[in-house]
Write a protein that binds this ligand. Structure first.
Ligand code: H2U
Ligand code: ZN
Length: 344
């Protein structure tokens, strides 16, 4: 396995979601005459008077942002989840099943600066963002009405990000979202069978093999997972067991911020553009109980494939059968390591 698998079509298993991905390494020479995305490398001002997220400005809902200096957290003006009301929906029918869902949605501006994305923020300021995530996660743990807090960042128009001012969101819900239940049951089954958390074993194996490791610091590893679907998909994983970010001490918080900043800076050097992605943290639910099977981790799903303007489409066979990729996880990791050295 030193060089990865032979260059023939094969499928790889994602033990977290229990899904398969078809890998077709011989196909990378395929010509492309399809859609090119517009390149968005536009220089942004430090402050934009038209931005809903800049300090002192009015938001779309009419509220006014304070003159914040660091991070700024507010309840989403157009929350997808709302706190529970008296009325509840419960349709229990094999064909027409529906249930109420409640929760709280927040938006977190990373800093007052409209122009500074994570790779270009000071490490200290990135760690302030991670500290806010930890505080918010701990606050949701105290709420009986919340079971899970999904922290995520949409970056770039191509990913549906509505505003270039660097920010992320937290959607906290009364129930576990679907992907989280999948990851929870796989990790639970693995712990039961092997006696150690799945992703603790996984990271050790990746550190032995090295071929998919992009970056590591004292506490965290960035890898292109063996089962990656998106061309430059990565995960940040802790080297030791942490069920959630609430278990980070100051050193781990700083090291996590370093991994986040380093990875996103690396991404910007792959195609010399502001690299779009959706990223998010999976971790233990905010409910009481034993969450020992959980190992917190952050997923990055960037859509770009060949250049700043050519993205991967999840269509055709992917929609109807199973996801497929051409560039292997190993060669993507190699490209990312090269981009990392360019960024230094
Ligand atoms: P994106 O992360 O996909 O860009 O979404 C930004 C969120 O910010 C979006 O959910 C919220 C939107 O509802 N928002 C506000 O709450 N107030 C605003 O004034 C603008 C955007
Ligand atoms: Zn702004």
């Amino acid at each position: 396995m030193e060089q990865g698998l032979p260059q023939q079509p094969h499928r790889r298993f994602n033990p977290l979601t229990r899904e398969w991905v078809l890998v077709s390494p011989h196909r990378t020479q395929r010509p492309w005459q399809g859609q090119q995305e517009a390149r968005s490398n536009s220089q942004r001002p430090q402050y934009d008077e038209a931005c809903y997220l800049c300090p002192g400005n009015s938001r779309a809902g009419g509220r006014k942002n304070p003159q914040f200096n660091g991070t700024f957290v507010f309840t989403n003006d157009f929350s997808a989840l709302l706190p529970a009301t008296g009325e509840s929906i419960s349709l229990d029918d094999p064909l027409f099943s529906a249930q109420s869902e409640s929760g709280i949605c927040k938006v977190i501006c990373f800093s007052p600066r409209h122009d500074l994305s994570v790779p270009y923020m000071d490490l200290e300021d990135v760690s302030a963002v991670v500290r806010v995530w930890i505080e918010e996660y701990k606050a949701f743990r105290k709420m009986d009405s919340i079971a899970y807090a999904q922290i995520f960042e949409n970056k770039g128009q191509i990913m549906g990000c509505s505003n270039p001012h660097p920010h992320c969101q937290i959607w906290a819900s009364a129930d576990l979202p679907y992907v989280v239940t999948q990851e929870q049951s796989s990790q639970g089954a693995y712990l039961e069978q092997y006696g150690t958390p799945m992703l603790v074993d996984y990271v050790n194996r990746e550190l032995e093999q090295k071929i998919r490791v992009v970056y590591e610091n004292e506490y965290f590893v960035v890898v292109v997972p063996f089962w990656a679907v998106w061309p430059y998909e990565t995960m940040i994983l802790p080297k030791s067991h942490h069920r959630s970010i609430a278990e980070f001490g100051p050193d781990e918080t700083m090291a996590f911020a370093d991994a986040y900043k380093t990875l996103t800076l690396t991404y910007d050097h792959v195609f010399a553009c502001e690299f779009p992605y959706t990223a998010g943290i999976h971790q233990a639910p905010t409910t009481a109980g034993n969450h020992d099977a959980w190992q917190m981790h952050m997923h990055f799903y960037p859509p770009l494939l060949r250049s700043a303007t050519v993205k991967k489409f999840m269509v055709g066979y992917e929609m109807l059968a199973t996801p497929q990729r051409d560039i292997t996880a190993e060669s993507a990791a190699e490209t990312l390591r090269r981009a990392l050295s360019l960024s230094r």
